[in-house]
Design a protein around this ligand. Structure first.
Ligand code: NIG
Ligand code: FE
Length: 407
C-alpha cells in the first residue's frame, strides 16, 4: 500500500465510460491511429495539476434529517457517545426525525450532501439506511437512495442497515426485532433489489456477535453481500465475525483485539478505518492502523458521514487525518480511498485505478505534488470531476447540508 505509480506529463484516453489508455503525453499524439479513431473524434481536455482515480467513499450514512447539535454540545461538556444515547440522544434521535420526514425532504437533504462529497472528489459513494428501524422507513430510505442513484453523477452503492439499533418499540423484546429484520426487512430489500449489501452495528450494548451473525446469515441467504460495524469502541469479536462470514469489510475497529487483527490479516475482508469519527467524538484513541498494515490487512478509509459521530464531507480531510492520526504514509492514504475502498465495496476490478478497462472516474486537483491531497487539512483542491467518462457539474459555493427555515 505504500507504493503508488505516479506518471508525470501523462495523458489518459477515455472511450465512453471506460479508460482506454494511459501513458506518456508524447505518445498520445498517435492514439488516433493506434485506436483507429479519427483525430476529429478526440476531445482534448488539458488538466493542470494532479489527476487521481475518483475517490471511493465506502462508508456513509448520508440519508438523515437534522444535525444532532445537542449531542455535539453534550459531548463537549464531557458526556460520551454511549451515555448520550442512553439519555435519549444518539441514533434514536435521528430515527424519530427520519420517520417524520417526507421522501422529498430526505432526498433533497441527501442530494446536497452527496454533492458536497462529490465536490471533494468522491465519485462512488456507499450509502446506508439505518435511521428507519421499521420496515416502511428502512425501505423508504433505500428507495430514496435508489431514486437519487438514477440521476446523480456519483455512483451510489446502497447498503441495508436495519440492525443499526433496537428501536424503542422493541426495547423489551430485542429478539423479536432481530426476527423482523431477518424475516421481513431483508426479504423485502432483496425482493425490490434495494441494496447490494447488509451491515450490522455489532457492539456491546447494541447488537451482540450472535445477533449480528443471525442477521448476516439471513442477508447472505438472500443474496446480499455483508459488512459490519465492528469493534467500534470495545472489542467483542466483531472483526472475527466479519472474517467468519466473508464480509467485504469490517469497519471502525478502534477496539479491535490482537486476535481480530490476525483474523483480518489472514482474510480478504478490508479493514475500513474512519479517523474523522474518532476526532469528532473527541477521543484520544484511533484504530491501530499500523498494527493492521504490518500484520498484512488491507486497509481503506471513509468519511462515515452521519449526523451523530461524523458530519464529514471530505475524503481528502480523512486522508490528512489518517496521515497525522493513524500514521499512514501519503501513498497508503491515497490507496485507502481508491483501490482498497473499491475492494471494500466488491468493486476493485471495476474502479479505483487509472488503468485501461477501468471506469473513467477521475478527479483533477490543483496541486503541485500529489502528496498535498493528504496535506491541506480541510481545504479542497478539486477542480474537476469525471464519472463514467462524463464531466460532472460541481456545486458552486456553499449548499445547505441540513434542513433550513424558509425566509
Ligand atoms: O458509524 N456506529 C454506528 N453508526 C454510526 C453513528 C450513527 C449515529 O450516531 O447516528 C457510526 O459512527
Ligand atoms: Fe458508520
Amino acid at each position: 500500500m505504500a507504493e503508488l505509480e505516479v506518471l508525470t506529463d501523462a495523458a489518459v484516453l477515455i472511450d465512453g465510460e471506460r479508460i482506454a489508455w494511459v501513458g506518456p503525453r508524447r505518445e498520445a499524439r498517435d492514439l488516433h491511429s493506434a485506436f483507429r479513431i479519427p483525430q476529429s473524434a478526440i476531445v482534448v481536455v488539458e488538466v493542470a495539476g494532479v489527476l487521481f482515480p475518483g475517490f471511493v467513499d465506502c462508508h456513509t450514512h448520508a440519508v438523515f434529517g437534522a444535525p444532532r447539535l445537542d449531542d455535539h454540545e453534550r459531548r463537549a461538556l464531557g458526556m460520551d457517545y454511549k451515555t448520550i444515547a442512553a439519555a435519549g440522544g444518539g441514533i434514536l434521535e435521528s430515527v424519530r426525525d427520519v420517520r417524520a420526514r417526507s421522501d422529498a425532504e430526505l432526498a433533497a437533504l441527501t442530494r446536497a450532501r452527496l454533492g458536497a462529497l462529490l465536490a471533494h472528489g468522491a465519485t462512488t459513494i456507499e450509502v446506508k439506511s439505518g435511521y428507519g428501524l421499521d420496515c416502511e422507513t428502512e425501505l423508504r430510505q433505500l428507495r430514496v437512495i435508489g431514486r437519487l442513484a438514477g440521476d446523480h453523477p456519483a455512483a451510489l452503492v446502497p447498503t441495508f442497515l436495519g440492525a443499526h439499533e433496537v428501536p424503542p418499540e422493541f426495547r423489551d423484546r430485542r429478539a423479536d426485532y432481530v426476527r423482523l429484520v431477518c424475516e421481513e426487512m431483508i426479504p423485502a430489500v432483496a425482493r425490490e433489489r434495494l441494496a447490494v449489501a447488509c451491515d450490522v452495528f455489532c457492539e456491546p450494548g447494541v447488537f451482540s456477535v450472535a445477533e449480528a451473525r443471525t442477521v448476516l446469515d439471513a442477508a447472505r441467504r438472500h443474496g446480499l453481500a455483508v459488512k459490519l460495524h465492528a469493534d467500534e469502541f470495545d472489542a467483542s469479536g466483531g472483526a472475527e465475525l466479519a472474517v467468519e462470514v466473508g464480509a467485504l469489510s469490517a469497519d471502525h475497529l478502534a477496539g479491535v483485539s490482537p486476535a481480530g487483527i490476525r483474523a483480518l490479516a489472514a482474510s480478504e475482508t478490508v479493514a475500513v478505518l474512519l479517523p474523522a469519527t474518532l476526532v469528532f467524538l473527541g477521543g484520544r484513541r484511533q484504530a491501530p492502523a499500523r498494527g493492521l498494515l504490518d500484520a498484512g490487512a488491507a486497509l481503506a478509509l471513509a468519511t462515515d458521514l452521519n449526523p451523530g459521530s461524523s458530519p464529514t464531507l471530505s475524503l481528502p480531510l480523512v486522508m490528512a487525518l489518517a496521515v497525522s492520526q493513524l500514521g499512514l504514509r501519503h501513498a497508503e492514504g491515497v490507496n485507502a480511498v481508491t483501490v482498497n475502498a473499491a475492494a471494500a465495496l466488491g468493486m476493485a476490478s471495476d474502479r479505483g485505478q487509472v488503468a485501461p478497462g477501468f471506469r473513467a472516474d477521475l478527479v483533477a486537483c490543483a496541486l503541485a505534488d500529489w502528496r498535498e491531497v493528504a496535506y491541506w487539512m480541510g481545504g479542497n483542491a478539486v477542480t474537476a470531476v469525471w464519472t463514467g467518462g462524463s464531466a460532472c457539474p460541481l456545486p458552486i459555493g456553499s449548499v445547505s447540508l441540513g434542513p433550513h427555515v424558509e425566509a
